[in-house]
Design a protein around this ligand. Structure first.
Ligand code: NAD
Length: 317
């Protein structure tokens, strides 16, 4: 029996390239799509070499997820779609809401349509904790009313709703994953999310003092990328109870930036003395995922903790 085909959109991006690698390591066939707007060919360099020498069945298609014909060809004969492609930036969505809406909502809708007609077995959507907005209630539970405060958050919420609707209306088995501050190898230090992790690690490795905005007591649920990969694989194996639903994907633990620096200090064997700058307007103070729903429906487990995730990320720099 030939292995099943997995489609990964945004496959040359940070999370997408980690998904591609994990799938190929399991001997799966992977077809990736990327327009290289924020993703890089170099993120897939190791995979490309491996495919060229016949070690992996991998195909990379350059193109835009908003292209309906391309979406149809992309999902043809596939079993699973892991939809990561997006313009994943809050500031860009504020500056140019139309373009990010086009990619984040219309692009998702194009892919859902193609997946519906191709009768794809599972469609997993990369959503975001940003749909929760500014509410101070912790932890964030999936049943809380969403209240996004940026076009990006609203676009993720809209795309999630389309995923839910495609299950109810057309029976396309969709699962939406709300990622919380994912970090790990190949993350662009200039990106919005857990970018403090690569930024802090790079600064410390180069002997520079990292910059902290605010007093450093703000907290985030830093989640190593292998856990996000596991959540995607769990979503593809989940029972129908998960279809059309949304799931938080976090570590279920919050860490302040000061505690993160202390952890990095332990890793490099010296104390770190950051530069404190005034807090940035609009930054939320605290974030933490409730992960019980993902644990029970997707079999999700946090297998790589912060310390180990930091060690692996540093090694990859
Ligand atoms: P990333 O920028 O590395 O990946 C996004 C990928 O999508 C890039 O490779 C980019 O080139 C590609 N892309 C963008 N527009 C495209 C288009 N029109 N057609 C085809 N490809 C296109 O970012 P990431 O951190 O890996 O994010 C992956 C997904 O996870 C995104 O949907 C993002 O919104 C979501 N997310 C990430 C985090 C996080 O902590 N990193 C948190 C919440 C949600």
């Amino acid at each position: 029996m030939s292995p099943r085909v997995w489609v990964v959109t945004g496959g040359a991006g940070f999370i997408g390239s980690n998904l591609v690698e994990a799938l190929l390591c399991r001997g799966e066939r992977v077809r990736a799509l990327d327009d290289f707007s924020s993703g890089r060919r170099s993120n897939l360099a190791a995979v490309d070499d491996w495919a060229r020498t016949g070690g992996a069945e991998f195909e990379l298609i350059e193109g835009d997820v908003r292209d309906a014909d391309l979406c149809r060809r992309l999902v043809d004969g596939a079993s699973f779609v892991l939809h990561q492609a997006a313009i994943p930036s809050v500031p860009r969505s504020v500056e140019d809401p139309l373009t990010s809406h086009d990619v984040n909502v219309d692009g998702t809708l194009q892919l859902l349509e193609a997946a519906r007609h191709a009768r794809i077995g599972r469609f997993v959507f990369a959503s975001s904790s940003s749909i929760y907005g500014e509410s101070e209630t912790l932890p964030k539970v999936e049943t809380m009313p969403p209240d996004p405060i940026s076009p990006y958050g609203l676009q993720k919420l809209t795309a999630e709703s389309y995923c839910g609707l495609y299950w109810r209306l057309y029976g396309l088995p969709t699962v939406s994953l709300r990622y919380f501050n994912i970090f790990g190898p190949r993350q662009d230090p200039a990106s919005d999310y857990a970018a403090v992790v690569p930024r802090f690690l790079t600064a410390v490795d180069r002997g520079r003092r990292p910059t902290v905005y605010g007093d450093g007591e703000q907290t985030r649920d830093f989640t190593y990328v292998a856990n996000a990969v596991a959540a995607n694989l769990g979503a593809c194996e989940a029972k129908p109870v998960a279809f059309g639903r949304t799931y938080n994907v976090g570590a279920g633990r919050r860490t302040s930036l000061n505690a993160l620096l202390a952890e990095i200090g332990r890793l490099v064997g010296r104390d770190i003395d950051p530069i404190y700058e005034p807090a940035r307007a609009g930054d939320i103070l605290h974030s933490l995922a409730a992960i019980e729903r993902a644990q029970s429906d997707l079999g999700y487990r946090v297998t790589v903790d912060l310390a180990e995730g930091l060690r692996r990320t540093r090694e990859s720099l």
